[in-house]
Design a protein around this ligand. Structure first.
Ligand code: ZN
Length: 300
């Protein structure tokens, strides 16, 4: 009896120690788990689609955005990339302007996901590529919302930090080229910001500078694949980026990115990433600072 009693109390003690251990372990695990669950990250994927643009943005509020869908031949690549992230719904889809290297794959993207809103600039096109896009939008029972300076895509908070996506271009409806009609989007989360410049060139850049809208951004998607016809000095002064990402194709016939643009960015001490030489570039930010999946192609 005495022995049994001792055995029992020993067992209780063992249980108590085990219970305390489990409690402590769960507290410790909880401590490390909680920040990971609460830390809402913004992730921006500059997808390697050769001589074209396509960007997937996983927003910290759980929503997803796509800016451009590469060329017609890139549709499946872009769809598979998005699916590989476990995404089934695209809350915002933006076709910056009607050129094939931006909207070519966008019809395939729209066909493959649940889509919230689609934004297109007022400038239209008579190409089959453009018709395919409009038909894909119609087939979803959607109509495109006009992309223009001043349009707010998103204005909310995530993890107690401001999360905004605002269009700063096109300032006018009357540009004579598709490039200048580009939707230009400033995305900001906490103190980290991005500017997606489409293929906007000098004329559109000048209008954005003169519009007085906030253009400042840490990370600048270089306009028009790093062409010398974009990234004008006044525009760069307003953006004042510390990082530039150039989306272009290896050995493209346009000579993008142009040496003048590279020199200009380097003279300003701006770190450069390039999809043609480095593949898909991914930025992750908790709203303060950022990490990149690659080392810069160039840095001061
Ligand atoms: Zn382009």
């Amino acid at each position: 009896m005495k022995l049994a009693s001792r055995f029992t109390s020993g067992k209780h003690l063992g249980n108590r120690i085990m219970l305390s251990f489990l409690l402590m372990a769960s507290l410790v695990l909880g401590y490390f788990n909680l920040p990971a669950q609460a830390a809402a990250n913004l992730q921006v994927h500059f997808i390697d689609v050769g001589q074209a643009d396509s960007f997937l943005i996983q927003l910290p509020n759980g929503q997803n955005m796509v800016i451009d869908g590469g060329n017609n031949a890139d549709g499946t690549t872009v769809v598979n990339y998005i699916k590989s992230k476990g995404i089934t719904r695209l809350d915002y889809v933006v076709g910056t302007h009607p050129d094939e290297d931006h909207i070519g794959g966008l019809d395939t993207v729209i066909n493959n996901f649940t889509v919230g809103k689609v934004y297109l600039p007022s400038r239209t096109s008579t190409t089959q590529t453009y018709t395919d896009l409009i038909n894909a939008i119609k087939a979803k029972g959607l109509t495109a919302t006009k992309a223009a300076a001043g349009v707010t895509i998103l204005n909310t908070t995530a993890d107690s930090k401001a999360l905004t996506a605002v269009m700063v271009g096109p300032v006018k409806d009357t540009y004579s080229t598709n490039n200048n009609a580009s939707a230009v989007i400033r995305l900001a989360y906490g103190s980290t910001s991005f500017l997606f410049s489409g293929d906007a060139e000098l004329e559109a850049e000048t209008d954005m500078v003169n519009s007085g809208r906030t253009l400042s951004a840490n990370i600048y998607k270089a306009g028009h694949h790093g062409s010398r016809t974009s990234s004008s000095d006044a525009y760069l002064n307003k953006i004042n980026p510390s990082v530039a990402v150039i989306s272009c194709g290896a050995g493209n016939t346009y000579g993008h990115p142009h040496a003048e643009t590279i020199s200009k960015l380097q003279a300003r001490g701006i770190k450069i990433y390039r999809t043609d030489l480095q593949g898909t570039i991914i930025f992750t930010t908790s709203g303060s600072g950022w990490v990149v999946n690659k080392s810069p192609w160039w840095q001061p």
